[in-house]
Ligand binder design. Structure first.
Ligand SMILES: NC(=O)C1=CN([C@@H]2O[C@H](COP(=O)(O)OP(=O)(O)OC[C@H]3O[C@@H](n4cnc5c(N)ncnc54)[C@H](O)[C@@H]3O)[C@@H](O)[C@H]2O)C=CC1
Ligand SMILES: O=C(O)[C@@H]1CCC=N1
Length: 278
């Protein structure tokens, strides 16, 4: 079998917002064998975000696609319009692997909008796709072919790391961790910045500090083999400043409870989204 990287394929990306644009730009850079078409009603913003130095074709309605057929379709619209959009696209997706990144929209629902139910995959990436450091998780049912699995791995490999999950339930749970996770981290940075301002630093300095702390810590998590716990111990001198700070931060009713409740609330919302769709 030819590897996904060695065969020329056409890709239709539906929806070019935060995630769609990140995926389109990564595919353009990293997957030279893919011919990319993007459809989004906001053509002007789409052209602006994608820039002009590429071969991506942009259209703003289905008529712009004519009778073109695509090997792969990536569905990157809001969950509420996922099925309706797939139905609209159906005539152009007769031979497509369809990959939906819409949070919470069940596989069974997506399958209602396609002609070949065996060729639908759910993937949950995250916003770090913009810098090609996403973690994406995927789920497909047993009917999916090995070739389609490899194709999905290839496409999402362009934006970072990829892992298959064993059940559809897991993809909704992962959405609350990996999909939403960058949002929790940005909230942490935002509040760290505010705290630095409160003890006297200017907004600009506090912003610089808060960002660099995360960038430095992320670099350690990427390059240093120690566990997060070991790294934490390396920062924390006995009776020192970090120990004093962590004594507040790690109180059971403080950060540990907040993180647990945050992830549980997001997971509950992912489940609700699934029922809203069915
Ligand atoms: N933002 C994030 O961090 C993540 C989002 N997701 C999922 O990705 C999907 C997109 O999210 P975002 O990119 O944040 O949303 P967004 O609102 O930034 O982008 C949606 C895009 O779809 C376009 N659109 C609307 N109707 C359309 C149609 N009928 N045909 C083609 N394009 C249409 C809009 O003009 C917009 O550009 C959602 O389903 C979300 O659950 C998944 C992982 C992470
Ligand atoms: O907040 C959301 O619903 C989407 C899914 C994961 C990240 N953003």
């Amino acid at each position: 079998m030819m590897s996904p990287a060695s065969k020329r394929r056409s890709v239709l990306l539906i929806g070019c917002g935060n995630m769609g644009s990140a995926i389109a730009l990564a595919l353009q850079d990293k997957a030279a064998n893919l011919d990319l078409t993007v459809i989004d009603p906001d053509e002007e913003r789409t052209r602006q975000v994608l820039g002009s130095q590429n071969k991506i074709k942009v259209v703003n309605d289905w008529a712009g696609l004519g009778s073109a057929q695509f090997d792969v379709c990536i569905l990157a619209v809001k969950p509420t319009s996922a099925l309706e959009t797939l139905v609209d696209a159906q005539q152009n997706l007769q031979a497509s692997l369809v990959i939906s990144i819409a949070a919470g929209v069940p596989l069974a629902k997506l399958q209602q909008g396609v002609t070949n139910r065996a060729r639908v995959v759910r993937v949950m990436p995250n916003l770090a796709a913009i810098v090609r450091k996403a973690i994406s998780v995927g789920y497909a049912d047993g009917a999916i072919s090995t070739e389609d699995r490899e194709l999905a791995e290839f496409v999402f490999g362009a934006i970072g790391r990829f892992q298959w999950l064993k059940s559809e339930n897991e993809i909704d749970l992962a959405t609350a961790v990996t999909g939403s996770g960058p949002g929790y981290v940005f909230s942490f940075v935002q509040h760290l910045q505010h705290a630095a301002e409160q003890i006297g630093f200017s907004k600009e300095t506090a912003d610089f500090f808060a960002r660099q702390i995360i960038i430095g810590a992320a670099g350690l998590l990427e390059e240093d083999l120690r566990s997060p716990l070991q790294l934490k111990h390396a920062v924390t001198s006995p009776h020192g400043t970090t120990a004093a700070g962590l004594a507040e931060f790690e109180q059971e009713q403080a950060m540990p409870r907040v993180i647990r409740q945050t992830v549980a609330a997001a997971a509950a919302r992912a489940k609700e989204l699934a029922t809203e769709q069915s």
